[in-house]
Design a binder for this molecule. Structure first.
Ligand SMILES: NC(=O)c1ccc[n+]([C@@H]2O[C@H](COP(=O)([O-])OP(=O)(O)OC[C@H]3O[C@@H](n4cnc5c(N)ncnc54)[C@H](OP(=O)(O)O)[C@@H]3O)[C@@H](O)[C@H]2O)c1
Length: 654
């Protein structure tokens, strides 16, 4: 995981204590996130001569424990300091800033082992004692009991009469996954007559005690619902911080004219073993001009990485074998520093290689596609990996004078021809404000921020018009061609299966557009962006010279979509939304976890991902009969696949 020490320091200072956060390479706390915090003098200024002794009930300990608790709401656990150095005050410079150098010298050279160890021991003891839920914590005990039944025993978290006390476990780490979260929500609603918010539990670091406080808060509201604003992510702040890092990688040399490579012979892709990535890889492999396709794969060994690609291709009905000479696998992990690459690969990514090895284009497909995870859980893979690839491209440009093309696959929001080259940042910041609202999916937030960074990078590299950095925005991605393979995890097909079972669909869909294209169509669009000359017109009606984001607007009106499903052997009746939703809820209730909509029902109820919730199409492609015919053929082929897999019932006349 990538750790931003500035972010940690902001969190540690957020209660007003002067603090410095370091990651020392030497000294007693080497290799640990170390927080030096002044708890003594109100203004925090002074020197490091007075160090408090660890006395359990002292004011310093109380403040330190409060601070640790507070930051757990602000930053994810992997960013929490593991060494705490409480002090009375911190040394200051004449500029009234903390002298970081003096603090660093103190931490690396002057910290006394005995003193630090006694603080560690005392904090560990307090943690252990605090971890046990006490008998007087009635609500927490009740909830621990519920959670215990839900996850089963076996991890030391046992009923009190079994001899062991309950611990204040973190739900997500104790096996409460998305399905169990929904079960837990239902149990809580029934037992306490409250309406908990799923996002509060899913993708969070909520513990049993936190849950008890949450339930008690909801009980105190007349309608049992949440009215407090949850901690929101400020996407504007996030963007400003990350775009500064992009900018920092530029140097005055950057101003020299750069050019796009004449030929695209070496392409780096991420996410190639995924549903879309494997199709992009297939189309790349078939192109004569690309002689080398580097693909970053997350796997423990080269053999396993190759197997991953081979079986992904086989699943889609083609063989990798004829193309093996063109493929170069790089083992890596998008969530790790330097993308988990070897030094040699990292250097090559930065253009530190011979001219024939320079990477001409990057197609960034890899991402965690998960609606249930929070912004922080997705940030490393969905945002920071983009930043890292863009920075590497900047370095490559500085070394070679060649500007790699960069195509990013967007997601999580309606495709739109957004980010006009003249006003992308204003538009982007407006959207950032809207998407910062609590309740917005972390997936949507991270993918959006990543897109905005690509726009920033393009604008830094001589403007958005010719930089050939583009964000391709697909809607739903389905299987393509007569042998289409449907992604049955997709909410689209979960809804189709639900509606087929009910024989109805929500008729509040009249002017909606279902953005839907096969992976083959999306891949074609991506490759078009990579290989077309900068001035040539895009295949869509949107002029890609004018906008940074290229929407894949293919699809059908939602009415046409459900009518097609009806004509394919699954007769459906348009039904008022409330009646339809009640029927859906009853069906999910009856089948429980086995129902395809079970894990996403709460999103569907909120309108997320429901076809009817998608805003009307912007008209692009609506008149394109050829496109519609292709979409219809693909939908029918996906239905056939799902029938073969038993996901949909057989029909008499398909
Ligand atoms: N599916 C859709 O309907 C849809 C719609 C719009 C946009 N998109 C976008 O299209 C892209 C591809 O989506 P998809 O449906 O093809 O998703 P997918 O099948 O889940 O593929 C995601 C890929 O990203 C890789 N990945 C995830 N975490 C990684 C990590 N830490 N290190 C290295 N690789 C990692 C995965 O590798 P592993 O095999 O190692 O997990 C996988 O190959 C995503 O950017 C998504 O946001 C998808």
């Amino acid at each position: 995981m990538r750790i931003d020490l500035g972010e940690v320091e902001n969190a540690v200072s957020s209660l007003g204590h002067k603090a410095v956060v370091l990651f020392p390479a030497e000294g007693l706390s080497a290799g640990n996130i170390t927080a030096v915090v002044a708890f003594g003098r109100p203004d925090g200024t002074g020197n490091l001569e007075i160090l408090p002794e660890p006395e359990p009930d002292s004011a310093v300990v109380t403040q330190l424990l409060a601070l640790r608790r507070h930051i757990s709401y602000l930053i994810p656990p992997y960013m929490h300091p593991t060494v705490w150095v409480p002090t009375d005050s911190l040394p200051m410079l004449a500029s009234a800033k903390v002298s970081r150098l003096a603090v660093k010298n103190f931490v690396t050279r002057e910290l006394q082992e005995d003193w630090l160890n006694s603080w560690r021991r005392m904090l560990n003891t307090i943690d252990l004692e605090n971890h046990i839920i006490q008998p007087e914590e009635a609500m927490a005990i009740e909830l621990a009991d519920i959670v215990d039944k839900l996850i089963g025993t076996g991890d030391g978290h046992r009923r009190p009469e079994g001899g062991k006390p309950y611990h204040d476990i973190i739900l997500s780490r104790a096996g409460i996954d998305s399905i169990k979260t929904i079960q837990l929500m239902r149990l809580l609603s029934e037992r306490y007559n409250i309406t908990p918010t799923v996002g509060k539990i899913l993708g969070s670091e909520m513990s049993i005690r936190d849950l008890a406080r949450y339930v008690e808060t909801l009980q105190s509201h007349p309608d049992g619902r949440e009215h407090v604003t949850t901690q929101a992510i400020d996407l504007i702040e996030e963007y400003r911080g990350l775009s500064t890092i992009l900018q920092d990688h530029f140097t005055p040399k950057e101003c020299r004219p750069s050019k796009l490579p004449d030929a695209i012979s070496t392409v780096l892709t991420t996410g190639s073993a995924g549903y879309l990535g494997i199709e992009i890889l297939h189309q790349l492999l078939k192109r004569k001009e690309t002689s080398n396709i580097i693909t970053l794969i997350r796997a423990p060994s080269m053999d396993k990485a190759l197997n991953k690609l081979v079986s992904a291709a086989e699943c889609m009905g083609w063989s990798l074998t004829p193309y093996l000479s063109k493929i170069e696998i790089w083992l890596g992990d998008l969530s790790e520093p330097n993308l988990g690459l070897s030094t040699a690969h990292w250097e090559r990514l930065h253009g530190n290689c011979s001219s024939h090895e320079v990477i001409d284009a990057i197609i960034h497909v890899g991402a965690i596609v998960d609606w249930t995870k929070s912004y922080h859980q997705l940030k490393a893979v969905n945002v920071i990996s983009t930043l890292t690839l863009l920075n590497a491209s900047t370095h490559s440009l500085l070394r070679t004078g060649l500007r790699p093309r960069f195509i990013q696959i967007s997601g999580g929001r309606k495709p739109a021809s957004s980010f006009a080259s003249s006003s992308w940042e204003t538009e982007g910041l407006q959207l950032a404000r809207a998407l910062s609202a609590p309740g917005t999916l972390g997936y949507t937030q991270t993918k959006f921020l990543s897109d905005l960074l690509v726009c920033k990078w393009a604008s830094l590299h001589g403007g958005t018009q010719d930089a050939r950095a583009r964000v391709v925005m697909p809607g739903f991605i389905v299987g393509g061609g007569p042998n289409a393979v449907a992604n049955m995890d997709d909410v689209l097909w979960r809804l189709v299966s639900t509606n087929v079972g009910l024989g109805m669909y929500s008729s509040e869909v009249n002017n909606k557009w279902v953005y839907l294209a096969s992976s083959a169509v999306v891949a074609r669009k991506v490759l078009h962006c990579i290989f077309s000359a900068p001035s040539s017109a895009c295949h869509s009606t949107v002029d890609e010279r004018e906008t940074m984001a290229i929407p894949v607007s293919d699809g059908l009106s939602e009415t046409a979509f459900w009518s097609l499903i009806s004509r394919s052997g699954y007769p459906l009746t348009g039904t008022p939304h409330d009646t339809w939703l009640a029927a859906v809820e009853a069906a999910v209730e009856a089948k429980g976890v086995k129902h395809p909509l079970y894990p996403v029902l709460h999103f569907v109820k909120r309108g997320v991902g429901l076809g009817g919730d998608l805003p009307a199409g912007d008209g692009d492609g609506c008149e394109d009969e050829e496109m519609k015919a292709e979409v219809e053929r693909d939908v029918v082929a996906n239905l056939a696949y799902m029938r073969r897999m038993g996901f949909l019932p057989a029909v008499a006349t398909p």
